[in-house]
Design a protein around this ligand. Structure first.
Ligand SMILES: Cc1cc2nc3c(=O)[nH]c(=O)nc-3n(C[C@H](O)[C@H](O)[C@H](O)COP(=O)(O)OP(=O)(O)OC[C@H]3O[C@@H](n4cnc5c(N)ncnc54)[C@H](O)[C@@H]3O)c2cc1C
Length: 455
C-alpha cells in the first residue's frame, strides 16, 4: 500500500466526511491553516454535502435535488479534496487508510483528525426489508422516491387487475420520527396532486400507511402536538398505525404485528416501502482505535476532543455531529448526550474549528460546547406543519413558515440558499414539479435500441 505525503512535510488536518460537520469545519479552517503552511484534507465518497432536512421536500417535488447539495469543489477551494472513503484510522501512528472511489487503497498521514462521518440508516433483520425497502438519507434516495411515487401512480392508471392496482397505489413509511412524518406528508401531498391530474385514478384508491412501533410519534414535540399531527395525517387519509411494527416484507407482502403481544396486525402488498426508523453512528468508527460508547458513537469531550481511555483529551483527535457522543450540559438524550441533529452538528462544527485552531496554532481559547435546544420545526406539504420554537407551539401555516424560514437560513452557502428560495417561489406560483423521469437507472436504453445492429 502506498503512503502519500508525510505530515512532517505539510501539517494535515484530515476531515473524515464532508457532510454538515465536515463542510463547516473545512470552510472555517481552510484559509487559516493554509496561511500556517498546513492543509485541510476532506475525504468523502460524495463530492458534495447533503442538507438532509430538505430530503422530504426533494422527494415531494418542492425543491430540485441538486439545490440541496453543496459542491465541495466550489466551496472548499483552499482544501485538498479526496473523493473516497476512510476505511480505518490508527491514531497511535496518526495514519488513515483511504479507498478512493476509483483506484487502489493508500495510507495518509495527518497531524489532526476530525471525525465527522455522520450516521447511517438503522435497520433490523426483517426478512425482505433489504430487497424491498428504501431509506431517505441520501439525495439519490430522494430522487428515486419522487420518481417511484409518480411512476406507480402513472402505471396504476393503466392497470386493470384490481390487486395489482391496489399494490401499486399503496405507499408505506416505517418510522414516526421527524423524517418519517415529513416524508409521508410530503409524498401524500404530491400523490394527491398527481392523482388530481389523472382521470384514470381516484383519490380513494391511494393508500398511505405510517407504521410506528411506539405509542406516539415525533418525540421532539409535545405529546399534545404529536396527537394533533396524528389527527392531521388521518384527516388527510393517512393510516397511522401506532404500537405496530413490520415483521416481514418478502416479495412486497408486508406483514405487520402489534408491538404489545406480537400478534398479527394488518398484511397487504405494497411496491413502495420507505424505511425511516432511525439512524445509528457510522459503523466505520469501529475501524479506528478511538473509544466507542454503547450507542456506537465516539466518546467525545465537551471541548470536542476525542477522549482517551481515562477520559482525557487525545492529542490531535476531534469529533462532532452524529458520529460523536458529546455531553449535553443543558439536557438531551436520556443518557445526557446531544441528540443527533443538524442543530447540534452545525454549532459543534463551528466550535470544533475554533478549538482545533486554538490547540494547534495557539490562537484563541478552547471552549466547551453548550447549546440549549431551540425546538423543532416540521413541514408537511404546502401550508402544513408543526413547530415548537423556544417554547412557542405552532400548527398549520405559521409552523410551515417557521419550518421554511429556519431551514432556508440553515441551508449552507448563500448560493444554495438562493437556489432553494427560487424553487419555493416557482412552486408557489406554478405548483410542485412532480414530473417523473424515466430510465434514470438505464439512461443508455434509447441509444442502445437505435445503435444495435438491425437484423
Ligand atoms: C430525512 C432527514 C431529515 C432530517 N431533518 C432534520 C431536521 O429537520 N432538523 C435537524 O436538526 N436535523 C435533521 N436531520 C438530521 C441531520 O441532517 C443530521 O443530524 C446532520 O446531517 C448530521 O451532520 P453530520 O456532519 O454529523 O453527518 P452527515 O451530514 O450525515 O455527514 C456525514 C458525511 O460523511 C460521509 N462519510 C460516510 N462514511 C464515510 C467514510 N467512511 N469516509 C469518509 N466520509 C464518509 C458521508 O458521505 C457524509 O457526507 C435529518 C436527517 C434526515 C436523514
Amino acid at each position: 500500500m502506498s503512503i502519500i505525503e508525510s505530515s512532517q512535510k505539510r501539517p494535515r488536518i484530515l476531515v473524515v466526511g464532508g457532510g454538515y460537520v465536515g463542510l463547516y469545519v473545512a470552510m472555517n479552517l481552510q484559509k487559516k491553516v493554509k496561511s500556517h503552511g498546513g492543509i485541510v484534507t476532506v475525504v468523502d465518497p460524495n463530492p458534495y454535502m447533503t442538507y438532509q432536512p430538505f430530503l422530504p421536500e426533494v422527494a415531494g417535488g418542492q425543491i430540485e435535488p441538486r439545490h440541496v447539495v453543496v459542491s465541495h469543489r466550489q466551496h472548499l477551494k483552499h482544501s485538498e479534496l479526496i473523493n473516497g472513503r476512510v476505511l480505518s484510522i490508527d491514531h497511535a501512528s496518526k495514519k488513515a487508510v483511504i479507498a478512493p472511489v476509483n483506484g487502489e487503497e493508500y495510507e495518509i498521514e495527518y497531524t489532526d483528525v476530525v471525525m465527522s462521518a455522520g450516521a447511517v440508516t438503522r435497520t433490523f433483520p426483517i426478512t425482505g426489508l433489504a430487497e424491498q425497502g428504501i431509506g431517505l438519507k441520501t439525495i439519490e434516495e430522494a430522487i428515486a422516491l419522487r420518481n417511484k411515487v409518480a411512476e406507480r401512480i402513472e402505471s396504476a392508471s393503466n392497470m386493470t387487475d384490481p390487486a395489482e392496482r391496489k399494490r401499486a397505489l399503496t405507499f408505506v413509511v416505517v418510522g414516526g420520527g421527524f423524517a418519517g412524518i415529513e416524508t409521508i406528508a410530503e409524498l401524500e401531498d404530491m400523490a394527491r396532486h398527481l392523482v388530481s391530474l389523472n382521470d384514470r385514478v381516484q383519490q380513494s384508491e391511494v393508500r398511505f400507511v405510517l407504521v410506528e412501533a411506539m405509542g406516539r410519534i415525533m418525540p421532539e414535540v409535545t405529546a399534545e402536538q404529536a396527537e394533533w399531527v396524528v389527527e392531521h395525517l388521518r384527516s388527510r387519509g393517512v393510516e397511522v398505525l401506532l404500537n405496530t411494527s413490520l415483521a416481514d416484507a418478502t416479495d412486497g407482502y408486508l406483514q405487520l404485528i402489534n408491538m404489545a403481544d406480537k400478534s398479527p396486525a394488518d398484511a397487504f402488498y405494497s411496491d413502495t416501502l420507505i424505511w425511516c426508523a432511525g439512524v445509528m453512528a457510522n459503523p466505520m468508527v469501529r475501524s479506528t482505535d478511538f473509544p466507542i460508547e454503547q450507542r456506537g458513537r465516539i466518546e467525545t469531550r465537551t471541548d470536542l476532543r476525542i477522549k482517551d481511555a481515562n477520559g482525557d483529551a487525545l492529542d490531535g483527535a476531534w469529533a462532532a455531529g452524529d458520529v460523536s457522543a458529546v455531553k449535553d450540559v443543558t439536557g438531551g438524550l436520556p443518557d445526557g448526550t446531544c441528540v443527533p441533529n443538524a442543530q447540534h452538528a452545525v454549532r459543534q462544527a463551528k466550535l470544533l474549528a475554533k478549538n482545533l485552531y486554538a490547540a494547534r496554532y495557539g490562537v484563541g481559547r478552547i471552549k466547551e460546547y453548550k447549546h440549549k435546544n431551540l425546538g423543532a420545526v416540521a413541514g408537511f406539504g404546502k401550508n402544513k406543519g408543526v413547530a415548537k420554537v423556544v417554547g412557542i407551539k405552532l400548527k398549520g401555516w405559521p409552523a410551515w413558515m417557521a419550518h421554511r424560514g429556519y431551514h432556508g437560513m440553515a441551508m449552507p452557502t448563500f448560493e444554495r440558499k438562493f437556489r432553494v428560495l427560487g424553487d419555493w417561489m416557482v412552486a408557489w406560483f406554478f405548483t410542485r414539479d412532480a414530473l417523473q423521469l424515466n430510465n434514470l437507472d438505464a439512461p443508455r436504453t434509447a441509444f442502445e435500441e437505435t445503435a444495435k445492429p438491425k437484423k
